[in-house]
Design a protein around this ligand. Structure first.
Ligand code: ADP
Ligand code: MG
Length: 319
């Protein structure tokens, strides 16, 4: 028997399908990321998993017990399943200590105290324990919110794009720290995001959702090298359509720049990025514009360049 089991969950809002039958079996301590563009049904799915939204069909089971939806349960939601989203959900007039302790109010005093001390330690928040949310950075606030959610030792943590309002540096630091914490504490986590890069920092275990439907599952390398559709391929990078070839594409990093060849173009834009220059090249044949990496930073706007590639790098993709 699986620990957290999502069986054929679907959701229709006023005859509009938000989620097609979705199934997932999670082991205790597993981390998984569900990636999809806005509107692909991620929040709907998490709310159903948390017992906060009524599904149109299917069932969610935790340790073999069905999770009741709001129509079946007087107070919707479960202590065992915690959902965190972008808004920090902290009380602005309470300190870090008070925010983390609040969910523990009905628990035994000794247990609450031990739990608080251990969370402050594990999350590295001891030095900030007397501060108010306004005295913390966004990343620290979200860390406190997650510590508070974990106070009552939920069995499953559901993260709904909780890092969206953080700047990239804070975000990457927080995700890396949380990953270690989750693994150490054995927390089972479902993380949904539109940002593949964020997902990859937490886990290599991915499900790609498009318009309420799972389009592909697997590890990052598998999905990057063998995407089944253009949508999946584009989550990793831009893709360039090869002229006169049906559904065949190349990633900017798989194009080689040469002074001889068949596919001629002109550089129309050049950007200095951290690891390479990114070029926009207008193809002579057809006028299409390709995005190409120039790792040697050799080419300038106006240069003529031939674009070459290995056949094995060509991605053949459905729409
Ligand atoms: P995501 O979190 O991936 O952005 P959502 O689960 O929020 O996606 O939404 C999926 C689809 O369901 C969208 O088309 C959205 O407009 C629709 N939807 C979400 N919530 C409701 C609601 N309460 N009533 C009607 N339609 C909704
Ligand atoms: Mg959402």
């Amino acid at each position: 028997m699986s620990f957290f089991s999502i069986r054929q969950i679907s959701k229709t809002y006023d005859s509009q399908t938000a989620l097609q039958p979705f199934s997932l079996e999670l082991k205790r301590g597993e981390l998984i990321a569900i990636v999809g563009e806005s509107g692909s049904g991620k929040s709907t799915l998490l709310r159903i998993m948390a017992g906060l939204e009524m599904q149109s069909s299917g069932a969610v089971l935790l340790n073999g017990q069905p999770i009741e939806n709001p129509a079946q349960k007087l107070i919707p939601g479960y202590d065992e399943i915690k959902l965190i989203h972008q808004d920090f959900q902290l009380n602005p007039n309470s300190t870090v200590t008070e925010n983390i302790s609040r969910p523990l109010i009905q628990y035994d005093k000794g247990y609450s105290k031990d739990r608080l001390v251990s969370l402050l330690f594990e999350f590295g928040l001891e030095g900030l324990k007397d501060r108010f949310p306004r005295q913390l950075s966004g990343g620290q606030q979200q860390k406190v919110a997650i510590a508070a959610a974990l106070a009552v030792e939920p069995e499953v943590l559901l993260l709904d794009e909780p890092f969206s309002s953080l700047d990239p540096i804070q975000k990457h630091k927080l995700i890396t720290e949380l990953k270690e914490l989750f693994l150490e504490m054995g927390t089972t986590v479902v993380f949904v995001t539109h940002d593949l890069d964020d997902a990859l920092r937490l886990t290599d275990n991915l499900i790609i959702l498009q318009k309420g439907k799972v389009v592909q599952k697997g590890g990052s390398q598998e999905l990057c090298e063998h995407p089944k559709t253009r949508y999946v391929a584009r989550l990793f990078s831009t893709i360039n359509l090869i002229p006169d070839r049906f559904n065949s594409f190349l990633r900017p990093s798989d194009v080689r720049l040469r002074s001889k060849g068949e596919l001629l173009g002109h550089v129309i834009d050049q950007r200095f990025l951290v690891h390479y220059n990114s070029l926009q090249v207008r193809l002579k044949n057809g006028g299409q514009i390709w995005e190409v990496d120039d790792p040697l930073r050799k080419y300038k706007v106006g240069d003529r360049v031939y674009l070459c590639f290995d056949e094995e790098k060509v991605l053949v993709l459905k729409g």
